[in-house]
Structure formats: C-alpha cells, structure tokens
Design a protein around this ligand. Structure first.
Ligand SMILES: NC(=O)c1ccc[n+]([C@@H]2O[C@H](COP(=O)([O-])OP(=O)(O)OC[C@H]3O[C@@H](n4cnc5c(N)ncnc54)[C@H](OP(=O)(O)O)[C@@H]3O)[C@@H](O)[C@H]2O)c1
Length: 254
C-alpha cells in the first residue's frame, strides 16, 4: 500500500492496521502460543483457521475458540499434505507458523541421525514448505510469521539441534522477507514460555519453569498470551518485515 493510500484510509476512518475481517491461518494453532494467537486474532475481529496433526486436538481447539474459528488437520511432516492443505484453504491474509513437537535435549554424541533429521522435518522443512505453498495465496498486505527461540542466540549444552533449527528459521525468515517482498516475513523468538511444550520436554515441567524463571530479569517465565501479543504486532504492523522480535524475559542478557 502506497503512503498516500495509507494516509487516505486513516482520514476515512479505516484503520490500515486492523485485523477485522482478515483470514489468518495458524499452523500449530491448537495449543500453547499458537492457540493464544488464535484467541487474540479472533478478539481483534479476524477469522482464523487452526491446524495441527491430531484431529482430536483440532476439534477441541476449534470448539474452545468457537465463532469464526475453523479447525483443519495437517501433519507438517507430510509434504503432499501441506500442498493439499493450502489448496483447500484458498486465499488468505496472514500465515502464522508455531508447529513443533517437544524439544529433543540430548548430547551430540547420543543423538542419532534419524532423530536429528526428524526434528528438522517439522520445525524447519514444515515451515519452509508452508511458506512455499502459502505465499501465492496471500493477499496484498499479507504476512508470514515464523517461530524461533532464544536458543538461537543463547544455546545450552544438549540443545544443538534446537539451536540449529531456530537459527535456521531466523535466517530463512530474513531471506524470504527479501525474496517475497512486499509480502512481509518476520519471526518471533520466544524465551521460556509456560505451555504444553514443556510437558514432553523435561521430566519435571513445573520445577523447570520455576527454575528457569528465577534466572531471568523478569524473575518468571512468560505466558502464551504475552508471546502471542508479539505475533499480533508482526501481523498488524505493515511497516515491520525481515525482523526478529524477542519475547524472552531478558534471557539474552543473563
Ligand atoms: N514454549 C516455549 O518455551 C518455547 C520457547 C521457544 C520457542 N518455542 C517455539 O514456539 C512454537 C510454539 O511452541 P508452544 O510452546 O506453543 O508449543 P505447544 O504448546 O506444544 O504447541 C505446538 C503445536 O504444534 C502442533 N504440532 C506438533 N507437531 C505437529 C505436526 N507434525 N504437524 C502439525 N502441527 C504439529 C501441536 O499440535 P498436534 O500435537 O495436534 O500436532 C501444537 O498445536 C514452537 O515452534 C516452539 O519450538 C516455544
């Protein structure tokens, strides 16, 4: 949108940053951060499609969101399913990618090639192929928002895979912002956020989240709603592209 048109729309009383009536597809939107994005997008007047691999979770999330929410099953480890999914969804305005399974925290020496490649399937290749099939269907003013993580810049021992994927997704996001412009592409870099992700990642999730929080500048971990607010910012602000937004309790400084 040209600057003159942007001003004209403000003068007319139409907010160019409004999400009202926009269609937002959230891959991984049935749980945690993605679910909170769906809730906030609906509250902002958007229509949402939430997708993930478990039909049960899809139905439960769509039921909890109600109203203008639609649920669709998609396993992002299946390349053909990704292409078919976007074919069925048709034209839309914004893609949010939050799909990812529990973290594999393991020393390099103990990680098998199969495990390592499996993790990249969902978090990296799933994101890459979703962008590929979504881009031609995104309307003018549209955007893609990926998810990385603080391990991209502050890795811990045993997190080489997660660090590699999150760093890769950040680089992918910048490259696609250049290639797909004026379509906007951004990435949100969450620190530790209290979601279902930790249930399968560490033996004592509650103890872990308390310990992780006490080491942060905020003295607590983040909520899914706090993380989701950063996605809403990236979706709605038409002057934001090629950037990484951290929501991490100051984790990069401790
Ligand atoms: N929570 C944190 O502390 C944190 C920190 C840094 C980065 N992140 C990143 O933020 C993103 C969201 O995390 P979260 O905490 O919201 O996780 P979450 O609550 O576990 O949600 C993950 C979502 O991904 C979906 N998913 C998993 N495998 C899938 C597959 N093969 N195909 C399609 N969907 C799939 C899950 O649904 P199904 O099980 O139904 O497939 C679920 O909807 C992830 O990329 C995560 O790595 C999170």
């Amino acid at each position: 949108m040209a600057v003159a048109e942007f001003r004209h729309r403000i003068d007319e009383g139409t907010d160019p940053m409004s999400l009202t009536g926009k269609k937002i597809v959230i891959i991984g939107g049935t749980s945690g951060i993605g679910f909170a994005v769906a809730r906030q997008a609906l509250a902002a007047g958007a229509d949402v499609v939430v997708a993930s691999s478990s039909q049960e979770r899809v139905d439960a999330a769509a039921g909890r969101l109600g109203g203008r929410a639609e649920g669709r099953r998609l396993d992002v480890a299946d390349d053909d399913a990704i292409a078919a999914f976007f074919g069925r969804v048709g034209e839309f305005d914004h893609l949010v990618y939050t799909a990812g399974e529990s973290l594999l925290i393991k020393p390099l020496a103990d990680t098998t090639p199969q495990e390592a490649r499996g993790v990249f399937e969902r978090r990296f290749w799933g994101a890459f192929l979703s962008a590929k099939h979504a881009a031609p269907r995104l309307r003018d003013g549209g955007s893609i928002t990926f998810s990385s993580g603080v391990l991209a810049v502050r890795p811990l021992s045993g997190t080489a895979l997660a660090a590699g994927i999150t760093g890769g997704v950040e680089a992918l996001s910048r490259a696609l912002a250049v290639e797909l412009a004026p379509l906007r592409v951004n990435v949100i870099r969450p620190g530790v956020i209290s979601t279902e992700l930790w249930d399968g990642s560490v033996p004592d999730p509650e103890g872990f989240l308390e310990g992780a929080g006490s080491a942060l500048l905020t003295r607590r971990v983040g909520t899914a709603e706090e993380a989701a607010a950063a996605y809403l910012f990236a979706l709605s602000n038409g002057y934001v592209t090629g950037t990484t937004v951290a929501v991490d309790g100051g984790a990069a400084l401790v």
